[in-house]
Design a binder for this molecule. Structure first.
Ligand SMILES: [Ca+2]
Ligand SMILES: [Ca+2]
Length: 322
């Protein structure tokens, strides 16, 4: 009798955890200091930042406890388990476990999925360079030592790796088809860790045409996230908020055809109504525009490009940390 009850409790609790319980990969604390796994040269200061990496949590294996622990064949217990959630808690008269209370204590559902409507390109940089462009699988191209390294942005989805750029000559090319036309409505969203120091302008995402001088760039001016038109000498939008730490943050740029907005960590930090010159985009690039200037040093992750301006709430969802 006692052993049957014990098995029943294990089965019920195990089933609840296996079906809807928190996934350890979703609930981990963000670790801004996760160590890149590349083997390239580093500065002593950079090395000093490293060394506290924890192994990324293993994803939950999804196994069903019901398949390995047979339910107790106790007809009395089954009959005693009430179907409505208003039943009083505590063991039943025959000692059966409070099955309904276990279900009532389940955590609420997780966050909604990232916005899918209008998603033109998505590069999650999870264990490799493949992403999706227009629903097809495409690959990013790593240049000059750019690498996929351990330590992903603290997103809701399991995320264990990102792109590491050395600030010297590393960059990443994406398929040009990942970008809408220069003057078209769009959203660019990306997680970043900025480890750059000296250069005034640094590029995170550049979508442009190299000879027609049209396009957009999302990057940095000194210690502030900034946006500018390709070919401009100075940023048009510079964040009202400085970012001086080296933690993960989220940056986004939206354009509805007339108004440009820049978001930092899900909050609008600047806007402009400057006009866009029309034109096709031929280069989609991370970390620089030309391969040698405005070099970004740090990590980039979860790049998303949409063919529409996401709403503020949608940007906030992408920037939510877990
Ligand atoms: Ca990632
Ligand atoms: Ca390099």
């Amino acid at each position: 009798m006692c052993s049957r009850v014990a098995i029943a409790i294990v089965v019920l609790v195990g089933t609840a955890a296996g079906c809807t319980g928190p996934n350890p990969a979703y609930t981990r604390e963000p670790d801004a200091n996760l160590e890149p796994a590349d083997t390239g040269p580093r500065s002593p200061a950079e090395d000093a930042q490293r060394g506290d990496e924890a192994a990324p949590p293993l994803p939950f294996d999804g196994g069903s406890p019901m398949e390995t622990a047979p339910p107790a064949p106790d007809a009395d217990r089954d009959a005693a388990a009430p179907d409505d959630t208003d039943a009083p808690g505590g063991p039943g008269a025959d000692g059966s476990p409070p099955a309904v209370d276990v279900a009532a204590d389940l955590p609420p559902d997780g966050p909604p999925p990232p916005p899918a409507e209008g998603l033109l390109a998505h590069f999650a940089f999870e264990g490799g360079t493949s992403g999706t462009v227009g629903g097809e699988t495409e690959s990013a191209t790593l240049r000059n030592g750019a690498a996929v390294v351990s330590g992903g942005a603290p997103t809701a989805e399991p995320n264990t790796t990102s792109i590491r750029l050395d600030g010297n000559n590393d960059y990443v090319d994406l398929p040009a088809s990942a970008a809408p036309r220069a003057e078209a409505p769009k959203t660019i969203a990306v997680w970043f860790r900025n480890l750059s120091t000296s250069p005034r302008l640094r590029n995170m995402v550049a979508l442009f045409h190299p000879t027609q001088d049209v396009g957009v760039q999302l990057g940095w001016e000194d210690d502030r996230v900034a946006w500018w038109r390709y070919g401009d000498e100075n940023p048009i939008i510079t964040s009202r908020t400085a970012t001086t730490d080296q933690d993960w943050h989220h940056a986004a740029y939206t354009y509805d055809g007339s108004r440009h907005l820049v978001y930092l960590d899900g909050v609008e930090v600047g806007s402009s109504n400057v006009q866009m010159m029309p034109g096709l985009i031929e280069v989609a690039r991370l970390g620089t525009y030309d391969g040698s200037d405005e070099m970004f040093e740090g990590q980039l992750d979860e790049l998303r490009i949409y063919d529409r301006p996401l709403l503020a709430a949608e940007i906030a969802r992408l920037a939510q940390r877990f």
